[in-house]
Structures are given as structure tokens and as C-alpha cells.
Ligand binder design. Structure first.
Ligand code: UTP
Length: 614
């Protein structure tokens, strides 16, 4: 046997040699590859043939999957890991030789002429866009038992994040079709990247809700695989502590989205269908689609190959900064630099004060919110070169300063926003800055951690994410001319938040600021304790004085005027205790429930003109 298999077998551990008879030729090849890359230890505990044979085969099947799902296979994975682990041990700075400077980009002011122009350009382009939602993350910081996409973005209507996203894309699709008259109807594709942790539940959420109105073929799920964990600086694969016939695995990060899209073949399908843009976004930002039309407009107007959505950022604030880096050898790139790297890098390269606020009161380096718009053709060209592999990093937690052993196994990771790192200098990489209140309110932190966030920093909790939606809608209506009462401060789950009137609308009602302005007449007012829910497209606010709760639903053929005073006891926010496990998790993680005491509820399903007064 040994002579048929070659010399390698002589140096294989005897535990493997004895088991060769139970393995297929393919499995033997995989075993050989593991030995070649210095992973003898994974066979050392193998018992005699006849014991746990199925487990041994399952182990090699798992290794085969790990091998095929990583560009270049496990050989490359281990090579990359050794290099990165050695750099990490040596304390090598990944930005050595680079000098940071402020890149150029577009800073938008909500509601001004330029903003409206960009929104219109974005709506025009939306029919040429595809959306990619990265939703494979574990959500450990939030600690929610369900998937984050199923979490209500706000509890007035209970609309979950996925529904909000899909309805926004459908509204964009319809608005774009209407604007570019004479064009046939398009279906904007949506890809959702899932992982073993989220795949089944994401599919179930879609299927049990009829894809929230999308045609099922419009939505594609791509599942990312995890990567092998590593036990030491020599990149020894970590054996799973719960099953000695498995390699321990962990998520590789959202950067996987690029290689998955490349290998799926979808990019060429989109190219052939005439699409121009790919928009990447994350699982829990209830505000994002308020920023999408104008940002897409910026991409198209400026012909950006890469456009990173950003928000104003205070110097040293704990959010990555979009930065231009110029190397001593002439290389340049525009990428996200984490806040804890940006300040020391500036100090080390001729800016002794580091990251400081400029005359605007903010750092000149805008805050990255990790929503990217890529131009499809240049994206395809780049991926042909890289196959979607994104520069990785490793972040081992060392036991001590000798940096020889880890507290727990580590793995390589990659981030979606590092895509521009390999782009040629000719690439047009820019950013679009928008107000935080309009664009960014993710739900990442559990209540206990959120309550510990230093004052002035964002909580990024379910509580703040929901309140941000009411604040944004209130501020948009205020800008459109509605008198909106000032918010009050309240504490939920230990977090002090501004509570604005609970105003929500379906994306089809107010996709752009222009839409909203057209639907708002003079002399409207909404008190702080009010709730307004608009579920319908042709609903106009005209002389509305709301002090209570008003819920209006209407079909596409109905035109509805909201007029006159509406007063009732309304809907009240009742604090609940996070620790009270008799309360559903999605309620208690926000620290309040909505008690629907009294409301005016109107439904207009028939075509015609209506007025809520009549
Ligand atoms: P987060 O930074 O929120 O990470 O990811 P997370 O893994 O979901 O949560 P924590 O860190 O465990 O608390 C940002 C986005 O990237 C996706 C997430 O689903 C989220 O939309 N993501 C993250 C992936 O798709 N895959 C990954 O491997 C990691």
C-alpha cells in the first residue's frame, strides 16, 4: 500500500496509516494535503479501523469543504495564517510606510437643492442596481436569540428589518420605473449572504411572509462557509473541543461576500442584464434607505467606482475613518482605517496632534458606516484578478507578552470594506457623507452593554435603533413644514433617549424628500405624545393637527387627505424590565412596550378620494 501511495505515507502518523483502508482515494488525497501543511496532529487520536469510521470520513469531508470554500484552498489558508500570525507577533503595523490624508468625496446637506438633485439621480439609477445584504453574522454583542433580520426595527408597526429593506427596494423599483418612463418594468435583484447560523431562519422568514412582496426568484441566498480556527503561531488547525473529529470553525467576516458573489456567477448575469451598481448593506440599520437614493445619485453623478456611505465623525470617535493612504513607494488607496489606528498613524507621519476636529467641529476623516456602492463593471474587472479574495487580518488574544500562545483559538478574518485595498490608482474611490440622524442607527449591542456606553456615544441598541427611526421621520416632516413638537428625554433599559412622536410610513409613501414635501401641506402639527402610521402611497397631510394616534391604510387607487384635529388617548410607551423573561425578548431588549390605548384607524381599500374627516 505504502509504495502505491508514495513516500509521504512512510512519514504519516501510524494512526492514519492504519486507517487508509477505510478511506476513499479522494479522502486520502485530503489527508495527504493536511500532512503537507503540517497538520499531523489532527490524526494522532484516531483509533483502529472499525472504531468511529463514519466520524473519520465525516472529518475528511469537513476538511474538503474547508478546502474548496477558501480561495487557494487550505494550503493558502495556512500559509496566509502563518504570515499574518508572524506579523502580529512581531507587532508589525499594517500601515507602515503609509501617510494618511483626507480623501475627496461628497458632503450632502439633507433637503437642499443638491440633495434633491442627487436623490432624483439615484432614483433614476435604481433600476440599474442590485442589492446585497450581508446577514451571516452571529450577532454576539446583541445576544438576540433570533436572527437580527427578524427583529422589529420599530414596535409601532412591528416591521422587521428584512421587511423594511425589501419594501424599500420594491418602492425604489417602482419609483425608478415611473421616473424613467417608457422603460419596461425591472426587478431589482436582492442577494442575502447568510451563514450556517442564519441561513435556515432567513429562508423561513422569507417563505412564511411571501418574500414580503418580492418575487421569490428576485431574492438569492448565498451561504458563506466558516473558516478553520488556529491554535498557535504555526497555524495548527484547532480540533473542536466538542468533537475530536471536527476542526473548530468560526465566521470569516463579511468580506466573504465578494468571493461568494464572484463564484456564484451572478455578477455576469447582472452585467448582461445591463445593471451598473451593486449596493452592499448590513442587517440592522433601520435608516439606511433614507440615505440610499442620494448616495446612489452621488455614485452616478461622480462616476465613482467605489462609494462608501459615511457620517460626520468627531475626532477619535470609535468609528473607522475613510482615509486616503499614500505609501512611500507611491501606492495610494482610499479605505477605512479603524479609529484606534488612525490617530497614531497621523501622529507618526507629521501630524503631531493626531486626529483632531476641523472648523466644522468634526474630524476631516468621515465616519465609515460600511454601506458600499460599487460600480459593476470595474467590480467585475477587479474580481477577475482577485477572485474576490479580500486582504485578511488576524486578531489573536495572547496569553502573555511572549505572544507564543493564545487564550482561545483564533482565525483569519476579512472585511467587506477592505475591497478597495487592491484597486489600481486609476480607480475612482470616494465617499458620501450624510447626517447620522438620517443614515445610521444600527442595532448591535445588548441592553446591559449599551447602558455602559460612555455618555455622548451612540448606544447602537434596539432602543436607540427604534427611537432613531421616529426622530428621522419627525425631522424629515419638520423640514417639510410640519410643526413637530420637541422630543422628551426618557430612560429605557438604562439608556437615556430622545422620544419623538412615533411617526412611521411605508417606503412607498416617502422614499425621497421630494415625495414627502409633495404630500405635506400647510399648517400641520403633531404633538410629542402622538403616533402616526401611514400605510399607503397617496396620503396627503393637510391641516392635520394630531394629538393622539392615527393609523391610515390605503390602496394604490385611493387618495386620502389627513385633515383637521385628531385627538384621542393615543398609544403610550410603557417601560418594561429587560430582565423580566416573561416578556418576549424582542420587546424587553428595547425596554418598553407600546400600549395601544386609543386610536383613530382608517382603511381605504376602494379607489376614490377620501378625507379622514368624513
Ligand atoms: P457586525 O459587525 O454587526 O457583526 O457585522 P456580527 O457578527 O453580526 O455581530 P457580533 O460582532 O457577533 O456582535 C456587520 C454585518 O456583517 C454581517 C452581519 O450580519 C452584519 O450585517 N456579517 C458579519 C456577515 O455577513 N458575515 C460575517 O462573518 C460577519
Amino acid at each position: 500500500m505504502a509504495s502505491q501511495l508514495g513516500d509521504w505515507i512512510a512519514s504519516a502518523p501510524s494512526t492514519l496509516q492504519k486507517n487508509l483502508t477505510i478511506l476513499s482515494p479522494d479522502q486520502i488525497e485530503v489527508a495527504k494535503m493536511l500532512l503537507d501543511i503540517g497538520q499531523t496532529h489532527v490524526f494522532e487520536h484516531w483509533p483502529e479501523p472499525g472504531i468511529d469510521d463514519d466520524e473519520k470520513k465525516a472529518f475528511l469531508d469537513q476538511v474538503t469543504r474547508l478546502n474548496t470554500s477558501y480561495p487557494g484552498g487550505l494550503v493558502s489558508y495556512v500559509q496566509n495564517a502563518r504570515r499574518l500570525l508572524s506579523d502580529s507577533k512581531a507587532g508589525k503595523n499594517p500601515f507602515d510606510g503609509f501617510t494618511p490624508s483626507v480623501p475627496s468625496g461628497e458632503i450632502l446637506t439633507f433637503g437642499d437643492d443638491n440633495f434633491l438633485m442627487m436623490e432624483e439621480a439615484g432614483i433614476r439609477e435604481a433600476r440599474n442596481a442590485a442589492f446585497v445584504l450581508v446577514a451571516g453574522g452571529l450577532g454576539e454583542r446583541l445576544g438576540y436569540n433570533g436572527i437580527k433580520l427578524a427583529l422589529p426595527s420599530e414596535s409601532t408597526t412591528g416591521t422587521c428589518f428584512l421587511q423594511r429593506y425589501i419594501e424599500s427596494i420594491l418602492a425604489l423599483q417602482e419609483a425608478s420605473r415611473r421616473l424613467v418612463q417608457g422603460q419596461s418594468a425591472t426587478q431589482i435583484p436582492l442577494v442575502i449572504m447568510t451563514s450556517d447560523d442564519t441561513h435556515e431562519r432567513t429562508l423561513k422568514l422569507l417563505e412564511s411572509n411571501s418574500y414580503f412582496g418580492m418575487i421569490p426568484s428576485q431574492v438569492k441566498l448565498l451561504k458563506q462557509e466558516k473558516v478553520a480556527c488556529l491554535d498557535d503561531n504555526d497555524a495548527r488547525l484547532a480540533v473542536d473541543p466538542h468533537n475530536k473529529y471536527r476542526i473548530q470553525t468560526k465566521p470569516h467576516g463579511h468580506g466573504d461576500v465578494h468571493s461568494l458573489l464572484y463564484s456564484s456567477g451572478l455578477l455576469s448575469v447582472w452585467h448582461d442584464a445591463g445593471l451598473k451598481w451593486v449596493l452592499f448593506f448590513q442587517d440592522t440599520n433601520g435608516l439606511l434607505f433614507k440615505a440610499i437614493p442620494a448616495s446612489l445619485g452621488v455614485s452616478s453623478t461622480k462616476q465613482y467606482h467605489v462609494n462608501s456611505l459615511a457620517v460626520p465623525r468627531k475626532a477619535k470617535e470609535a468609528i473607522g475613518g475613510i482615509t486616503k493612504l499614500t505609501h512611500t513607494d507611491g501606492r495610494t488607496m482610499v479605505i477605512n482605517v479603524e479609529y484606534n489606528q488612525l490617530d497614531p498613524l497621523l501622529r507618526a507621519t507629521g501630524s503631531p496632534d493626531g486626529d483632531v476636529n476641523c472648523e466644522t467641529g468634526y474630524s476631516p476623516f468621515p465616519g465609515n458606516i460600511n454601506q458600499l456602492i460599487l460600480e459593476l463593471d470595474s467590480y467585475i474587472e477587479e474580481l477577475k484578478k482577485t477572485q474576490g479574495a479580500i486582504p485578511e487580518f488576524v486578531n489573536p488574544k495572547y496569553k502573555d507578552s511572549s505572544k507564543t500562545s493564545f487564550k482561545s483559538s483564533t482565525r483569519l478574518e476579512c472585511m467587506m470594506q477592505d475591497y478597495p485595498k487592491t484597486l489600481p490608482p486609476s480607480a475612482r474611490v470616494g465617499f458620501t457623507v450624510m447626517d447620522t440622524w438620517l443614515a445610521y442607527a444600527p442595532v448591535k449591542n445588548n441592553p446591559e452593554d449599551a447602558a455602559k456606553v460612555p455618555k455622548g456615544n451612540p448606544y447602537h441598541s434596539a432602543t436607540s435603533g427604534e427611537m432613531a427611526i421616529y426622530r428621522a421621520n419627525s425631522l424629515i416632516l419638520r423640514k417639510a413644514g410640519v410643526h413637530i413638537a420637541e422630543p422628551v428625554l426618557q430612560v429605557f433599559n438604562g439608556q437615556e433617549v430622545q422620544v419623538w412622536p412615533r411617526i412611521t410610513w411605508k417606503p412607498e409613501w416617502g422614499l425621497t424628500f421630494k415625495d414627502v414635501k409633495h404630500k405635506v401641506g400647510d399648517c400641520c402639527s403633531i404633538s410629542q405624545r402622538s403616533t402616526l402610521v401611514i400605510n399607503g402611497q397617496n396620503v396627503v397631510l393637510n391641516d392635520l393637527n394630531l394629538d393622539g394616534a392615527l393609523v391610515v391604510s390605503s390602496g394604490d387607487q385611493a387618495e386620502v387627505k389627513l385633515e383637521g384635529p385628531v385627538q384621542n388617548k393615543g398609544w403610550i410607551l410603557e417601560p418594561v424590565d429587560y430582565k423580566d423573561t416573561s416578556i418576549p425578548e424582542e420587546v424587553r431588549i428595547r425596554g418598553f412596550r407600546i400600549s395601544k390605548v386609543e386610536q383613530l384607524e382608517k382603511n381605504y381599500t376602494e379607489p376614490g378620494k377620501f378625507n379622514i374627516k368624513s
